[in-house]
Each structure stands twice: as structure tokens, then as C-alpha cells.
Design a protein. Structure first.
Length: 258
């Protein structure tokens, strides 16, 4: 019996018309049947938000020639949930999210809609990966990120990965001739030092813009931040179990009087 064609779910958080998702679709479409379910507008920074207070809209669109595509009024996580329940008919073999405009390394993984979409799929037992390009320019050249995404997606489909597999992949801004390859990393201990810029509107009422500076507190050479600064793409295996097992064990010993 012939092997069933691989089913690839593609999503993102920049919206279905973003250049990054088109690059990702073109990268993975030779690997199987591609179905796109993505937000109808940008949803960056939404994290793992879901829509519960208003109805969701889902419309099929003709945007990518030869590829089934749907736009959703909700969040990236909503897109994955609806794809699984209402569109695909079966569990996809893989979910790929992106290619995001901007970094999702280190602590950014917590806030990222790109990664939360991939994480939702992983929670459903679907091997998943989120791809992010450090370039924010809407007219960015996605040639290198697309090659990285194709390579990793192909490897994921070829190997029997455990349920819950989730990769956070970031690609540096670098000429292809200077690109050193893909490095398996850990998440750097880094964060945003944030401030709110206070301003006033024409009516004299206060409003705020979130600003800040990214600070890397990690000197390790095995981190995603280090890899990206040294012309590697970083691949961090991520888990959604947030349990601190070391502390759990300590508390079980020290707090026995509970």
C-alpha cells in the first residue's frame, strides 16, 4: 500500500498576507499536502491567547496558487484549534509556524504568537516548529530562512519524533556565504528591560507606548542568542510543561508538614 501523503499545517502570527508565511509555504510545499490556516490580521505578541468572548470567523481564501488556505478572525492558537477540529479531517503530520518577522529567541518565546501556534499543535501531539527571522523589514529577503525551514521540516518528517516535539528556530540576518549552519541550543537567560513612554493625546489625556532594551545576561556559547550573534541559526527544543522539577523535589523534602 502506498504511503499516505504527508499533511503539513502552516500558520503564523503576522497574518495570512505576510511575506514570511508565503516563503514558508513555498519552502515546504514539495514535502506534502500543505493547508494554511492563519490570522486575517497581525497578531504579534499574542502569546497563547484564545478567543472566548466573541465568535470566530473562518473563511477560505485564494491567495496561494494550488494551496488550500483559510483566514481566521482569531489568534494564532485559535487558528490551530480550528484547523484541527474543522478543516483538516485528521491530525497533520507536522505544523510549521512563521516565518516570523523578528526574533523569538530567549524569553521572547513566552510572548510569541508564532511559537504559541506551534506549541498548541505540539500539545495535540503534532511535531511542530516555529521559524523566526531577525529581520523586521517587510521587504526582507527570506531566501535563507526558507532554506533553513525546508531543511528542518524535511528532517522532522523523516524522523519518528515523539509526541509533543516543539522546536524554536531563529535565523540571523547574514549573507548566505557567511552562514555557518544550524546549531542546537538552549534558551539564553535574557530579557527585555521595559519602560512605558508616557505621552498625551490632543485632548491632554495620557497614553503609553511600550519601549525597552534587550539585555543578555548569559555568557554561555551554547545559547540561541550566542548562535545568532555568530551567524548560526538556532534550534531550541522547547517544552510546554512548566513544572520546576528540581524545586518540586526540594519542597517535597522540606515542606513535609503540608
Amino acid at each position: 500500500m502506498a504511503e499516505q501523503e504527508k499533511l503539513i499545517l502552516v500558520t503564523n502570527d503576522d497574518g495570512i498576507t505576510a511575506p514570511g508565511i508565503r516563503a514558508l509555504i513555498e519552502a515546504v510545499r514539495p514535502l506534502g499536502r500543505v493547508v494554511v490556516v492563519a490570522p486575517d490580521s497581525p497578531q504579534s505578541g499574542m502569546g497563547h491567547a484564545i478567543t472566548i468572548g466573541v465568535p470566530l470567523r473562518l473563511n477560505q481564501v485564494e491567495i496561494f496558487e494550488g494551496v488550500e488556505a483559510w483566514q481566521c478572525s482569531g489568534t494564532p492558537v485559535d487558528c490551530v484549534k480550528l484547523a484541527r477540529d474543522k478543516i483538516l479531517g485528521r491530525k497533520p503530520d507536522i505544523c510549521v509556524s512563521g516565518i516570523n518577522h523578528g526574533a523569538n529567541h530567549s524569553i521572547n518565546v513566552i510572548y510569541s504568537g508564532t511559537m504559541s501556534a506551534a506549541m498548541e499543535a505540539a500539545i495535540e501531539g503534532i511535531p511542530s516548529a516555529g521559524f523566526s527571522f531577525l529581520e523586521y523589514d517587510y521587504k526582507a529577503d527570506f531566501s535563507l530562512p526558507a532554506k533553513v525551514a525546508r531543511d528542518i521540516t524535511e528532517r522532522m518528517l523523516r524522523n519518528n519524533l515523539p509526541a509533543g516535539t516543539l522546536f524554536n528556530v531563529n535565523i540571523p540576518i547574514v549573507e548566505e556565504k557567511d552562514f555557518k549552519g544550524i546549531k542546537i541550543c538552549r534558551q539564553a537567560d535574557a530579557k527585555w528591560v521595559e519602560e512605558f513612554d508616557e505621552r498625551r493625546d490632543p485632548h491632554g489625556k495620557k497614553y503609553y507606548w511600550l519601549t525597552g532594551e534587550f539585555k543578555n545576561r548569559d555568557a554561555g556559547e551554547d545559547t540561541d542568542v550566542w548562535a545568532l550573534e555568530n551567524n548560526y541559526a538556532s534550534l531550541v527544543p522547547v517544552q510546554f510543561d512548566l513544572t520546576n522539577y528540581k524545586l518540586k523535589k526540594e519542597l517535597e523534602e522540606k515542606w513535609k508538614d503540608f
